[in-house]
Write a protein that binds this ligand. Structure first.
Ligand SMILES: *[C@@H]1O[C@H](CO)[C@@H](O)[C@H](O)[C@H]1NC(C)=O
Length: 439
């Protein structure tokens, strides 16, 4: 029923696999490769702040979860005002991707964002750019860079804006809400996008649709990152553009140990199989293709199974967005209260904070927590302690919270330590418990 991402706007991608000595082979059809995802709090990240304590990082991440949530709301004012701009979400993702644009390849560090679609970077000349630590991409220096002409069918399909028929097709993406607005405006263009695979080779995708941003501003953007790589389900995202060349398959394995890198895999490398794999149906709504929805049925805390009331089930399939860019798992408030009550009872310790609920635990202490199982339709996902509780030096905090609007989100703490595989053709998401530090 839900339309799977079509690649109507994507070019037929040809990709090149290059060894570190720059010898390249053209590849077509399927392939598989894996790249690093760098957590924003990892020492490899430009966001890393060595003087922050684990408790501060946790508190900041909690704040970012809520900021992000307000932008998922499909009925928010901004969403209604700017129907054409489908991407309404704050860009403060939790992971960074290193990649290159152009010929010769120009290196860029950007936020990996499963909550939006367009791949864009700040471009010269800048009419209005936010301050950026790394040099700006200069499209005039790339021999493969081409703007999309306004006269093309593609510009029409992209619903770009045009001042005249012979100008370049313009995009505009807004992130955030009224109190934290951010935007990027610039030229739609095609250029080579190169990803560095973990095997040391690089993979280049020719004629990838990108945004070359000449006017970018807002509180979502920080000097450490030069743009965004959209990993959502919409047509413009990296995932959708790779489309057939990755056979609609990608996966990630997120680690919460900040000194370890997480992994994002595509194509044959993204097949999740073997023992311990559980799978649940994946839904995409035609009007909101960016987000991947799953169906949550219940959550168990030891022997208590708390069902989600049927009124919470969205029509059209799915009732919870799976998102790697939100730290906490955010649930419908009355369902969350029941869950919190059961967890509180099972833990039976002094609380040092109300929201998120944090319990007093010393750093070296063995902290006993209840068994928590997340029951998705057809897939019971048993959480480890690390998936449900984040530990600071003096406390352990429950990594679930009530959603402030109608959207529930399955966040990245709950997903860490699992290989999470998306199959857009088979319309499933699979989970397999995995040591992501060894993946
Ligand atoms: C790093 O963290 C410390 C402690 O929270 C804070 O005072 C400082 O402003 C942070 N530095 C930057 C550059 O954000």
């Amino acid at each position: 029923m839900a339309a799977v991402a079509t690649i109507s706007i994507a070019f037929a991608l040809v990709f090149l696999v290059c060894a570190s000595d720059f010898s390249c082979a053209s590849a077509s059809g399927r392939g598989g490769f894996t790249i690093d995802l760098i957590h924003r709090d990892s020492p490899r990240s430009p966001f890393y702040n060595s003087s922050e304590t684990p408790s501060q990082r946790l508190k900041n991440a909690f704040g970012r979860s809520f900021d992000r949530l307000s932008h998922f709301n499909p009925s928010s004012e901004v969403a209604q005002l700017d129907q054409a701009e489908s991407t309404i979400i704050k860009s403060d993702g939790e992971y960074l991707i290193e990649f290159s644009i152009g010929t010769p390849p120009f290196p860029i560090k950007a936020i990996a964002d499963t909550g939006s679609d367009l791949i864009w970077t700040q471009c010269k000349p800048c009419n209005n750019c936010y301050q950026q630590n790394d040099p700006l991409f200069d499209p005039s220096k790339s021999s493969t860079y081409q703007t999309i002409p306004c006269s093309s069918n593609q510009c029409n399909t992209l619903q770009g804006s045009c001042s005249s028929q012979d100008s370049a097709c313009q995009y505009e993406v807004r992130y955030g809400d009224r109190s934290h607005p951010s935007h990027t405006i610039g030229d739609y263009a095609a250029d080579t996008v190169t990803l560095a695979s973990t095997t040391g080779t690089s993979v280049s995708f020719l004629n990838t649709l990108i945004g070359c941003g000449h006017d970018n501003a807002g509180t979502s953007f920080h000097p450490q990152a030069s743009g965004i790589v959209g990993l959502g389900g919409g047509d413009e995202s990296l995932i959708s553009q790779l489309g057939t060349s990755i056979d609609g398959k990608f996966s990630y394995c997120l680690t919460l140990q900040n000194d370890q890198t997480s992994k994002l895999s595509f194509g044959d490398n993204a097949v999740v199989s073997g023992s311990g794999v559980v799978s649940t149906p994946l839904f995409q709504h035609p009007s909101q293709k960016t987000f991947f929805f799953l169906t949550l049925e219940a959550i168990s805390v030891d022997d208590t199974k708390i069902p989600l009331s049927s009124s919470s089930s969205a029509s059209g399939g799915g009732n919870i967005v799976i998102d790697s860019g939100t730290t906490f798992t955010l649930l419908e408030p009355s369902f969350y209260s029941e869950l919190e009550e059961a967890v509180d009872k099972a833990i039976g310790r002094e609380r040092v904070n109300e929201m998120p609920p944090c319990y007093k635990v010393s750093a070296s202490e063995d902290f006993k927590t209840p068994n928590i199982i997340v029951h998705f339709s057809g897939a019971d996902v048993k959480l480890e302690q690390n998936n449900a509780f984040r530990r600071g030096s003096q406390e352990a905090c429950f990594a679930f919270a009530p959603s402030e609007n109608s959207i529930s989100i399955y966040g990245n703490v709950a997903q860490s330590g699992f290989l999470v595989g998306y199959d857009l053709k088979g319309k499933t998401v699979s989970f397999k418990p995995t040591d992501c530090t060894k993946f």
